[in-house]
Write a protein that binds this ligand. Structure first.
Ligand code: F0G
Length: 451
């Protein structure tokens, strides 16, 4: 299609609609109070636009819904498995793949088979569940991100990687179990990793004899950014770029709830036959027989279709353009957004927007609660509440795939603009009650009152 129009259009039309709840301001105030001022405790029925996550929240296409009906529910040797395996091989070059119920199941199996207590995993930045799974088996998860900014702000810091691998090689007992690269790098804003960086990491892994894994949750968005931004890739077919990305890896985990555009699912693959056998044993123990993993045959069918639809260039153009537009317009209405935007979300700097609220009163929470009261928009805090001691106070608005229209985006911009106008009057929050771990999910909060 021709992309030289100002207006961003969804490259799809709507066949089935789902009403969204539109509440009055008073109803929202009551709902927030009942949820102890914590948006994680809010029923979805009280949310108008839900930007909590892009994970498992995408809309399946008519082709995916049709594929569901062809699901083969055989316990062993399901047709749907072989169809998925073919798609995965076409895209990644990996000849065998394990289905899992979601990304963290793949991470759990990986950490239980390949990692030993005391070992180190080097990552551009671990996603929370990836880190937690490695730490759960007594390993150390180390992040090596590059400084923010630039076209490939998701890259791994190669100097830091050199230093870590050289130190490790000098030890009597080698401790680095693997290098992992997360594409795109969710924890730093969904920023992409360049092909040059992936290949440089591969070279070091070869030099030091360390395996390289990908966390490939947003592989399609990463490939799209490479095609758009990296010299030499503009004319390379997107599927070729994907194959080249996976070619550097000895194995990968994937939450299929993102670029697989399914509501549940994950993948795990490895080249080494010994690890393959060990993972298969663990998979059977906790997920299921290897030809269905933690999924139904129909889920595998929907995933086979979704993995390919995520690589549609009209879709990726629209998605990244829509997120860039969202970010640019937010800045225009006085909302400080981290630029350049990544592939799946917009990140607001709540510290900058609410300088009168100190970190101990959670500026990110103040902002997300104000966005909810103003327009029923649900975003997520990535600051001192979720990560105690965090140097940053961010708010993430993640875009579900193919769910909201440009009119919804304009609505959220208007809501955020209104909040920006009364930013100086917003209260901070305090914790009334919270568990020690993962407190953001269940904390009871209250607006901070001066004594
Ligand atoms: N890796 C990355 C990079 C992720 O973003 C996620 C999930 C996972 C692994 C875990 O996958 O949820 O299928 O078990 N990210 C979601 C988010 C939850 O909101 O960013 P999962």
């Amino acid at each position: 299609m021709s992309w030289d129009f100002q207006t961003i259009i969804e490259p799809f039309r709507i066949k089935s609609v789902e009403a969204i709840p539109i509440l009055s301001r008073t109803e929202r105030e009551v709902a927030l109070e009942a949820a102890a001022h914590n948006l994680f405790k809010l029923p979805a029925a009280a949310v108008t636009i839900d930007l909590l996550t892009d994970s498992g929240t995408g809309a399946m296409s008519s082709a995916q819904w049709a594929a569901l009906m062809t699901g083969d529910e055989s316990y062993a040797g399901s047709n749907s498995y072989f169809a998925l395996q073919k798609v995965v091989e076409r895209l990644t070059g990996f000849t065998d793949v394990f289905p899992c119920h979601q990304g963290r199941a793949a991470e759990r199996i990986l950490s239980r088979t390949v990692i030993e207590p005391g070992q180190i995993i080097l990552n551009n930045t671990h996603f929370d569940t990836t880190r937690a799974n490695f730490e759960a088996v007594g390993a150390e998860a180390v992040d090596l991100p590059v400084p923010p900014g630039g076209d490939f702000a998701g890259n791994m810091d190669l100097d830091a990687l050199d230093a870590a691998l050289t130190t490790d090689a000098g030890r009597a007992a080698r401790r680095v179990a693997m290098v992992m690269v997360t594409i795109t790098n969710n924890a730093v804003g969904g920023q992409p990793v360049s092909m040059a960086n992936l290949r440089a990491v591969r070279q070091r892994c070869d030099d030091f004899g360390v395996p390289l894994y990908l966390d490939a949750a947003r592989f399609a968005e990463n490939a799209w950014f490479i095609k758009q931004r990296e010299p030499g890739f503009g004319d390379v077919a997107l599927e070729d770029i994907v194959r080249q990305m996976f070619a550097v890896a000895d194995g990968f985990t994937m939450s299929a709830k993102k670029d697989g555009i399914v509501n549940i699912g994950g993948l795990l693959a490895v080249r080494d036959p010994e690890w393959h056998q060990a993972m298969k044993n663990e998979l059977i123990l906790t997920e299921g027989f290897p030809t269905y993993g933690g999924l139904a045959g129909r889920d595998l069918e929907a995933l086979s279709v979704g993995l390919l639809e995520a690589l549609d260039e009209d879709y990726l153009h629209y998605r990244t353009r829509s997120i860039a537009y969202f970010s640019e317009r937010l800045i225009e209405v006085g909302v400080p957004v981290i630029m350049p935007p990544g592939g799946h979300a917009v990140y607001i700097d709540a510290k900058k927007m609410l300088p009168h609220i100190p970190p101990e009163q959670f500026p990110g929470v103040a902002l997300i609660n104000a966005l909810y009261i103003e327009g029923g928009v649900r975003a997520v805090e990535l600051g001192s509440l979720m990560f105690p001691g965090s140097p940053r106070e961010l708010v993430r608005m993640a875009m579900p795939r193919r769910v909201y229209t440009q009119a919804h985006v304009d609505y959220v911009i208007e809501v955020a603009g209104r909040v920006a106008k009364r930013a100086a009057a917003l209260p901070g929050y305090e914790i009334v009650k919270a568990p020690a771990a993962l407190r953001h999910f269940s904390a009871v909060l209250a607006p901070h009152r001066e004594i």
